[in-house]
Design a protein around this ligand. Structure first.
Ligand SMILES: Cc1cc2nc3c(=O)[nH]c(=O)nc-3n(C[C@H](O)[C@H](O)[C@H](O)COP(=O)(O)OP(=O)(O)OC[C@H]3O[C@@H](n4cnc5c(N)ncnc54)[C@H](O)[C@@H]3O)c2cc1C
Ligand code: SF4
Length: 340
């Protein structure tokens, strides 16, 4: 174990000043960072406990949307009445992840910043471009059952493991961050990045920036027809092989608008707006859903052990869209996505 210092912040400006120093990291629920430190994957010289900074509220914003504090716990977010009623897709996605104990500790900000579950990334005895740039990517020809089929690069084929982020991508969330230099907003589509030549960078957060909250635009009509389908190796306590956040705005038997985002298939939640547009004005059904799935998966490629994801993802998109068609209440009864 590397030695590190630990401070508890109660003042935002003082915390931002500490976080601007090299080797200093914030800690929220600690459910991912502490594991990474114990495995020797991350070794910050100082941890700043940000739990006292007060970014833990969930409230309606002036524009009719919702503001989710970065330090609100995943469980409190999933069970909040406004989230359950207006954004059931987000509630379902959060409850499909981890376990009740973990969701009680894990925060919204930490969920966005959790790191990949690639086995090689966690094993400091092996090379890994994400952990040690330039050392290689053994997953490409090795154990890649859990790995990406879209947006990969020759340097990394890891996936982003979050369930919550898949729903946030489908719902057009915005991430709000602060540093000593001021505040800025990052549309969710631009928050996580593809690996490209720099797989060591998971997202577009700059050094010293803290996530303060996440906003969701007004829910609109998606709440009535949405579902989060998570396919995993066991029903509890497992990361997604493939997941789909699907939502439909139905009007007179036709699709007025659609949202489809995928987890478990890329270095970031995967969404192709052209696929959603292809559904507009169509009647819900297997033909339209299959054609949309083909657009989402255009360019997908397997690496051997994860070839099964090509078929699995297509089937999961079709199934999620047909479940969403039948209605959110139906989806709740059918999937019982909540993990024990
Ligand atoms: C056994 C197990 C199973 C799991 N299964 C799932 C699953 O099925 N689905 C799923 O989605 N997740 C799963 N998780 C992951 C879990 O959701 C994350 O560990 C959790 O969301 C991280 O939140 P945290 O507050 O504990 O973050 P921490 O561990 O405290 O921090 C994680 C990272 O975020 C940074 N950070 C934290 N807050 C901020 C902030 N406000 N601004 C800037 N940086 C910040 C930290 O510096 C650190 O780098 C699982 C975890 C475990 C241990
Ligand atoms: S897939 Fe990415 S995280 Fe996994 S070994 Fe390759 S570089 Fe490392």
């Amino acid at each position: 174990m590397n030695p590190f210092t630990f401070t508890q912040a109660s003042d935002v400006d003082a915390a931002l000043a500490r976080l601007a120093m090299p080797g200093v990291r914030p800690i929220a629920g600690g459910t991912n960072l502490l594991d990474l430190m114990k495995e020797g994957v991350m070794h910050p010289g100082e941890l700043v406990d940000i739990n006292g900074l007060g970014f833990d509220r969930i409230e309606q914003d002036a524009g009719g949307g919702l503001r989710l504090g970065a330090l609100a716990r995943n469980a409190d977010t999933a069970y909040h009445p406004l989230v359950r009623e207006r954004y059931p897709l987000l509630s379902a996605a959060i409850l499909a992840g981890a376990s009740p104990q973990l969701r009680n500790m894990a925060t919204n900000g930490g969920n966005l910043l959790q790191r990949t579950r690639c086995y090689y990334f966690y094993d400091v005895g092996t090379p890994c471009n994400k952990r040690e740039p330039g050392s290689g990517c053994p997953a490409k020809e090795g154990l890649n059952r859990l790995h990406a089929i879209l947006g990969t690069s020759e340097h990394c084929i890891a996936t982003h493991p979050s369930d919550m982020c898949v729903a946030l991508r489908a719902l057009d969330a915005v991430v709000h961050v602060r540093s000593q230099g001021g505040a800025r907003e990052i549309p969710f589509a631009d928050f996580h990045r593809l690996p490209g030549e720099h797989p060591e960078r998971d997202n577009t957060l700059e050094a010293g920036e803290l996530v303060t909250h996440i906003t969701l635009p007004e829910a609109g009509r998606f709440a009535a027809h949405s579902t989060y389908l998570k396919v995993r190796e066991r029903l509890s306590y497992a990361f997604a092989l493939v997941s789909v956040a699907a939502a439909l705005d139905l009007d007179g038997g036709k699709i007025r608008a659609a949202r489809i985002a995928l987890g478990g298939v890329a270095h970031k939640p995967w969404r192709v707006e052209e696929a959603e547009a292809s559904l507009e004005g169509k009647a819900p059904g297997a033909d339209a859903f299959g054609a949309a799935a083909d657009i989402v998966l255009r360019g997908a490629k397997g690496y051997g052990q994860n070839d099964y994801k090509l078929t699995l993802a297509r089937n999961a998109i079709e199934q999620a869209l047909s479940t969403a068609t039948r209605g959110t209440e139906y989806a709740k009864g059918e999937h019982r996505g909540e993990q024990q």
